[in-house]
Design a protein around this ligand. Structure first.
Ligand code: NAD
Ligand code: LMR
Length: 328
């Protein structure tokens, strides 16, 4: 193997998503079966030892593509020369914590990480924010990285997208492969809007194949509140499915989305579909030549308009809150 390894940095590497993610990256599922990788694990000092344990296990897998593992508690070191940055570690909301406290705590993480990416990452760096509130954390990181093109900062709604595929497939008793053109619009939160008016099942509009009451009263809330349902059932938030979605997101970004289909990505808005420029909001997107492009010209009916606007309004409120805290 002569190709230089791609450096992939994972923050929160000792957490549960990290544990579900690292082995899949090292096995070649993130970038492809021929692409060597070097892993960089960023953790807080108290969790470095646990990250070292995970690194020992990675060694024990003898992955042919894995060319090295570095562990650090310093973002300037962990992002040095990084090509792919997966920002997973975040401050979860704890009992009694106000929304402003949560945003402030995450600003303390994603601000310095954005700056470290700005100052040290490779010129082609691609960033995926998974840690919640993902869209706004991505906005904070991007705002602290003025030298990195805004299009390189994304947040994850692929898990919501995959959840929507699965719920619809189960309802219609079809394989997920018969569904295309699914879109999650807006925020990775309960206000997100999974759109069946543009999605297709075997080439026909999905909304025409289900009854409206199911679409509005079952499908949308089931997808939008799935994260909370997983927490309720597992006693911990989704981990393997979140890691799987991160793999899907980066794999498609680097290798391209399939012809005739698109996926959902929270991207910096260019004003498309009335989403204010600069917000990091989920859109239908294709990847061509290693770049995300928002799919243009989709019809947005009155119901969809209302739902998209509600989620985008929430994103605007989050942006105003972090701006008020001086984080962007
Ligand atoms: P976890 O608590 O198991 O792990 C988080 C890890 O991050 C911990 O090991 C912690 O030490 C580390 N960490 C905290 N601050 C850090 C910092 N400044 N630098 C580096 N590491 C740091 O949590 P998890 O289950 O792995 O989830 C991680 C995040 O992903 C959470 O915010 C969760 O809400 C979010 N999440 C997002 C999605 C999505 O679809 N976008 C889905 C599931 C979970
Ligand atoms: C999910 O969608 O599963 C998570 O974002 C839920 C959470 O709050 O961690």
């Amino acid at each position: 193997m002569t190709q230089a390894p791609v450096k992939v940095t994972v923050t929160g590497a000792a957490g549960q998503i990290g544990y579900a993610l690292l082995f899949r990256i090292a096995s070649g599922q993130l970038l492809g079966p021929d692409v060597p990788v070097r892993l960089s694990l960023l953790e807080i000092p108290q969790a470095v030892k646990a990250a070292e344990g995970t690194a020992m296990e990675l060694d024990d897998c003898a992955f042919p593509l894995l060319q090295g593992i570095d562990i650090s508690d310093d973002p300037n070191v962990a992002f040095d020369g990084t090509n792919v940055a997966l920002l997973v570690g975040a401050r979860p909301r704890t009992a009694g914590m106000e929304r402003g406290d949560l945003l402030q705590a995450n600003g303390g993480i994603f601000g310095p990480q954005g700056k470290a990416i700005n100052d040290h990452a490779a010129g082609d760096v691609r960033v995926l924010v998974v840690g919640n509130p993902a869209n706004t954390n991505a906005l904070i990181a991007r705002s602290n990285a003025p030298d990195v093109p805004a299009e390189r900062f994304t947040a994850m709604t692929r898990l919501d997208h995959n959840r929507a595929l699965s719920q619809l497939a189960a309802k219609l008793d079809v394989p997920v492969t018969s569904i295309s053109k699914m879109t999650i619009w807006g925020n990775h939160s309960a206000t997100q809007y999974p759109d069946l008016y543009n999605a297709e099942v075997n080439g026909k509009i999905a909304a025409e194949q289900v009854d409206e009451a199911w679409l509005r009263d079952t499908f949308i809330p089931t997808v939008a509140k799935r994260g909370a349902a997983i927490i309720e059932a597992r006693g911990a938030s989704s981990a393997a499915s979140a890691a799987n979605a991160a793999i899907d997101h980066v794999h498609d970004w680097v290798n391209g989305t399939p012809e005739g289909d698109w996926t959902s990505v929270a991207l910096t808005s260019d004003g498309s579909y009335g989403v204010p420029e600069g917000l990091i909001s989920s859109f239908p997107a294709v990847s061509r030549g290693g770049r995300w492009e928002i799919v243009q010209g989709l019809p947005v009916n009155a119901f969809s308009r209302e739902r998209i606007d509600a989620s985008v309004r929430e994103l605007g409120e989050e942006r105003d809150a972090v701006a008020g805290l001086g984080l962007i």
